[in-house]
Ligand binder design. Sequence first.
Ligand code: EPU
Length: 477
Amino acid sequence: MTAFRVAMNFVHPSLDTATPNALEVALTDDVLVVHGGTPLEGRIRVRGAKNLVSKAMVAALLGDTPSRLFDVPRIRDVEVVRGLLGLHGVKVSDGDEEGELVFDPTNVESASTDQINVHAGSSRIPILFCGPLLHRLGHAFIPDLGGCHIGPRPIDFHLQALREFGATVEKTPEGLHLSAPNGLHGTKFSLPYPSVGATEQVLLTAVMAEGVTELRNAAVEPEIIDLICVLQKMGAIIKVHTDRVIEIQGVKKLHGYTHRPIPDRIEAASWAAAALATRGHVEVLGAQQADMMTFLNIFRSVGGEYEVTDLRPPRGGSAGQEGGIRFWHPGGELNAVALETDVHPGFMTDWQQPLVVALTQARGLSIVHETVYEQRLGYTEALNTMGANIQVYRDCLGGTPCRFGRRNFKHSAVIAGPSKLHAADLVIPDLRAGFSHLIAALAAEGTSRVYGVDLINRGYEDFEAKLADLGAHVERP
Ligand code: EPU
């Protein structure tokens, strides 16, 4: 318990400290001891992207025949969606191949609010069940959402879009009740910001709505394009125009799909950043250059080196042996850089936290302007307790138009380096920040205790086994 008290001194403000007893128990059981200072060396593999796989699973609800999804990682979000599908009568079973799931939606049925509420607070994916459940059942109940504590994360765009399609939405203390008494009808809708989730909401609803839907200012992340591929395989008619316009012609019926998802580019970049921060050398099998170009440019500017070892054609062609991307620290000093997070094709907000750890080792002043989420730099406090020198600012330190500039959010960071990192006791605040804490502990001299590591299982499959494969000295006490 003393260790817990020490750890609580490093708690990120977004962590809910209102229930210290539950938290104490959870955290004291859930700690990784990290003996830092050893470069990560070796090869690991990433599987299907967390932020596509979970949505493709929801899409299976729309078909009238079974779907097969390959390369599904064993992560918490997948378990939550699997549970929710099961509650709604979708039979989910393991396929022949490791990581293959089969979804049989022939007997979709209603679930009780109590049953659904078991998943309250566990993930953000349940909000995407709205359209498919309205199509299949005429009503939907959505529990309170979970996901990372990285700002307010409203769902106003989702609800506005659903109302445009003709859904009625009732907010109650137990969750959202939706119905579509007159069916769902195509609409013209423009997103105030190219939200990934709201774009997916529109896609999953419009594909079977009556008539044509035109979505403007849509997100066009590779995971969205891959979801469009899944829906097209199911029989949907979707046109992606230039300038973020997506047009969907509603169809009456969709069938199952067979799909191998794009690999997880966030996980790939996280291991790349870990290689750089620990002065190591990691080959990430499965990583795809085409989806990581912006990351690779910054990685090279910082002074990291990489080689693309995947010689297959982009998008999973089958010729040749599976490769990926090999990332390494070439020795010597790293360079400071300025970067701004942005929607695709910009630098992903989820790449920011792991890379910042490497930037603490670069000579000079690096600048990070976070333009996607208003509160995604809180984790830098923990890095400062380890010896980093990071100041956060309310000002926009960059030229990308940003919604947070004059609204009092500390969303820009200046990182002065290089700093020698030393061990500390840390509490993981959210998924990506959590991975950055882990990298910092691996790069630091001495022994750190990282509390709440279980959160990392939400998005990084088998991360402890992968750490072991890369020669990290970590143990459960
Ligand atoms: N926003 C609104 N209203 C809405 C929806 C979004 O104001 O109704 C705002 C958000 O508050 C945020 C911005 O729009 O400031 C972008 O949010 P977006 O909807 O794009 O994010 P999301 O769909 O909730 C997904 C990923 C995130 C990733 C973002 C951005 C999943 C499950 N999550 O979230 O991934 O950071 O897109 O690329 O796909 C993660 O994997 O750890 C993670 C947080």
